[in-house]
Design a protein around this ligand. Sequence first.
Ligand code: NDP
Length: 502
Amino acid sequence: MVDWLEGLRRAEDGTALMYIAGEWTKASDNGSRTVYNPATGDVIAVVAEATLADGERAIRAARAAFDEGPWRSSSAHERALLLLRLADKIDEHAAELAAVDTMNNGKPLRESEFDVTDAANCFRYYAGLATKPHGQAFDVPAPSQTFVVREPVGVCGQIIPWNYPLLMAVWKMAPALAAGNVCILKPSEVTPLSALILASLMEEVGFPPGVVNVLTGAGPVVGHLLAESHLVDKIAFTGGTVTGRSIMQAATGNLKKISLELGGKSPNIVFADADFETAVDYALYAIYVNAGQVCSAGSRLLIERSLHDRFMERLVERATRIQVGDGFDPNTEMGPLITPAHMEKVERYIATGLAEGARLLCGGKRPEGALGQRGNYLLPTIFTDTTPDMRIVQEEIFGPVLVVQTFSDEDEAIRLANDTIYGLAAAVFTSDVAKAHRVVKQVRAGITWINTYHPTYNEAPWGGYKQSGIGRELGTFGFEEYTEVKQINVNLAVEQTGWYRH
Ligand code: NDP
């Protein structure tokens, strides 16, 4: 049998080591944490659990690598070559990385394979972008010449969640490294494995020591340290809104740069004139991919009232046929939730929905038989007959729970779409192009789709309005978040000002 975890660097006792200052290291107090497979509850690895001392060591190493090391003076061309080599390494190790994410996160293997391809291409995209022009030159009054250049921000603390373990690491590190920054990545404590394997590939292709550090440890401990440390110049975070708010507060001490990619309660708006089967298909894909554990999930289906009953009938028919199971089973279409605690949180939301008076159309429980006993599985769930004030309508559930709302016209659809604290994504299904554009223009969200849901491109900015976050990832926007802007003014006539008489 293939050992998919062969790429981990381990201590003699089998503990997977962290990567700090170019060295594979145990925790300063030898502490460790067990990592589980959410599909089975089985232990898959034991990893080092970083202490504050480990975090401080990583910060000092990153600081030295930025302030004194060769990285900052490397050319964009050199950095691009490293990123391209890394992308090829990811391709070489694609089967291993996909298997590790499925084992650790539970998502179906085909979803993990997709993430790995995206990860390699993200490094390629930023390798290309590194060498492209980023400056400006101004025609200011003589005898001056003014330029604007972009420079790296410095030491970047990067805190990522468990829903896309490899891809989130790459979305953070690729633009940061392309721009000449150094990184301290803190993966989720429950899904650290693919980030550690990525670090070993980075070491192999030759990133200088200290430029990339991967700290495996608890958010409130080392994550908080990264957010608070005055030696860290920027913090980039993806995760829940509550954690995002606490990171923002911790970051105020040295007013570090912040980018936050937080939650959502994204509306998927279906008009009666939409292509019926396409809209049904995407409504399922919008919510059930990655078992609904997606920041941009189409978790609210806004459906034109006249279409409601027919649409629900077909939606339920198809939702109940979705194959729930272990991500390694080729028949599986939806995997487990990440942890028992998270599954219980989603179950509490289902109970809340029932108590609030919403009508459960399907799911709402664990699968029957062995599957329901062993892993963190929930069946695809749909609630309708909701009102806008219900908690299940307003709050991010982050599981396979679709909440349906109805509208009678375009204005009501827009009003409901905007009626949460979030503004990450939105979609519109209609055959009327002008209506689609009118609606998209009125929806306060950073990512919008017309007659599709979920496509994400390395070239295009990712991030939200309102409480869905601050800043953007991906594309040129994501690169710019990792740069400082400097103006350089040159006097082309080197002579005294004549301002003072004596
Ligand atoms: P969190 O947002 O708490 O975790 C994301 C990352 O932040 C993890 O690496 C975590 O570390 C770290 N972290 C936690 N607390 C702190 C802290 N005080 N300072 C610095 N870093 C910290 O997600 P949860 O797993 O707790 O999920 C809670 C909810 O957040 C979910 O139910 C969902 O609604 C939402 N969420 C949204 C995501 C998105 O993509 N927008 C992704 C994940 C969750 P550790 O792993 O050690 O806790």
